[in-house]
Design a protein around this ligand. Structure first.
Ligand code: ADP
Ligand code: MG
Length: 395
């Protein structure tokens, strides 16, 4: 799960991470009011679940999702150009994201921009700090062209980020004296935030040294581990479903793991590993998957029904492959869910079903007796080849 920058700032406050004053605005008038309260030079930032806003462009031609200005009237004017408009950045894809709120903050006199992030390193199964003196809007290019400028410090999860490490990172970032003290504290607090909020990533880019010699976190991008959300009610309260794929939001309501993709063969599978294998085998058979969908190890008839609804809500879907291994699950329950869904929805595209495992004979019988035009797959490859062939025929 992701949150907006203005929400990440609430976590900054809770964990004593220094940042610039400011708050969120939903209308140009609110932006003007916030600006008037703040006084001085201002920054207006589009709030979307994607980075690269500074270098982004709105579909209406307005350039940049981050703007500096001097007066509340200008703040209002800039907010009016952003709100309700679609911002395209290198992270949003060409479709972009509609801006429904802006952050109005105090502009900071920046002396240098650094990069600081903590993420989970899958290779070591432990947190790792990534830092760089070359922070700012071109960090991707730095990582690509000058990887030696990216500092990597692995963290031992049972020890946490140690004080000697925070000082070493600060030193490598060229921070001395008061700045080193501030940096050590800030890194320690960010690590605490990362750990206690069950983040999979906290990224501060830029972390700035101000003209007055202070350290401030000016931008924040956080990701959270979805599997830990059950114990993070404050984080869940920040969820903004308007930023997510509507199909994924719908699926999550029914406890389904769904990720929309660009292909035309939908798959309905139980278990993430089998779902991955099914997507692979569709590709192997010459097709392209329309989604990843894991109904879970113990899916109910109702979940299967809902899953069909979500799959068929995607206009690109030209065929469905159901691939179920009945381990915990009873194949007949799945078969009943399929038949009920296919009847109610009036399925008009090819459907190939491969069932294996617990109570498979009863499941196959339910499908065969249904009178529906289902195609049975003998094994996973046979099923994939059949659905690819059917979709090919229809096209
Ligand atoms: P993004 O990463 O989405 O482009 P940032 O918040 O990092 O958005 O802003 C982009 C750039 O805008 C920063 O690298 C910094 O140079 C500038 N900037 C951001 N916030 C401020 C601020 N409060 N004062 C001055 N400049 C800012
Ligand atoms: Mg940034």
């Amino acid at each position: 799960m992701n949150i907006h920058e203005y929400q990440a700032r609430e976590l900054f406050a809770k964990f004593n991470v220094a940042t610039q004053p400011g708050s969120v605005a939903f209308t140009p008038e609110e932006a003007e009011q916030v600006a008037a309260k703040l006084g001085g030079k201002l920054v207006i930032k589009a709030q979307i679940h994607a980075g690269g806003r500074g270098k982004g462009t709105f579909k209406n031609g307005f350039k940049g999702g981050v703007h500096l200005c001097d007066t509340p009237a200008e703040a209002k004017d800039i907010a009016a150009k952003m709100l309700g408009q679609v911002l395209v950045t290198h992270q949003t894809g060409p479709e972009g994201k509609e801006v429904a709120k802006v952050f109005v903050g105090q502009a900071v006199d920046i002396s240098s921009e650094l990069y600081f992030a903590i993420l989970l390193d899958r290779a070591t199964s432990a947190p790792v700090v990534i830092a760089s003196t070359e922070g700012g809007v071109d960090i991707e290019a730095v990582a690509e062209n000058s990887p030696e400028k990216m500092i990597r410090v692995p963290v031992n999860p049972s020890l946490g980020l140690m004080p000697y490490q925070t000082r070493a990172i600060a030193a490598q970032l060229g921070l001395k004296g008061k700045l080193m003290t501030q940096a050590s504290k800030l890194f320690t607090n960010l690590y605490k935030l990362f750990l206690e909020s069950d983040c999979s990533m906290v990224e501060v880019n830029p972390l700035v040294v101000t003209a007055t010699g202070d350290l401030l976190a000016l931008d924040a991008k956080f990701n959270f581990d979805d599997n830990a959300l059950y114990r993070q009610p404050d984080v869940v309260a920040m969820r903004d479903t308007t930023e997510e794929d509507p199909r994924e939001v719908e699926a999550s309501k029914f406890g389904l793991n769904y990720i929309g993709l660009d292909g035309n063969i939908a798959c309905l599978v139980n278990g993430a590993g089998l779902a991955m294998a099914t997507m692979d085998i569709i590709q192997y058979a010459g097709g392209t998957p329309a989604n990843f969908l894991d109904v879970g190890g113990g899916a109910t008839k109702d979940q299967v029904f809902q899953a069909f609804g979500i799959i068929l809500g995607d206009k690109n879907v030209k065929g469905i492959l159901v691939n179920i291994f009945g381990g915990i699950m009873d194949c007949d329950i799945i078969a009943n869910g399929i038949v009920e869904a296919a009847r109610e929805i009036g399925l008009s595209i090819p459907l190939v079903v491969r069932l294996e495992g617990n109570n498979v004979e009863a499941g196959k019988k339910t499908l065969a007796d249904s009178g529906l035009a289902l195609i049975s797959g003998d094994d996973i490859l046979d099923a994939a080849q059949k659905i690819v062939a059917e979709v090919g025929k229809a096209a």
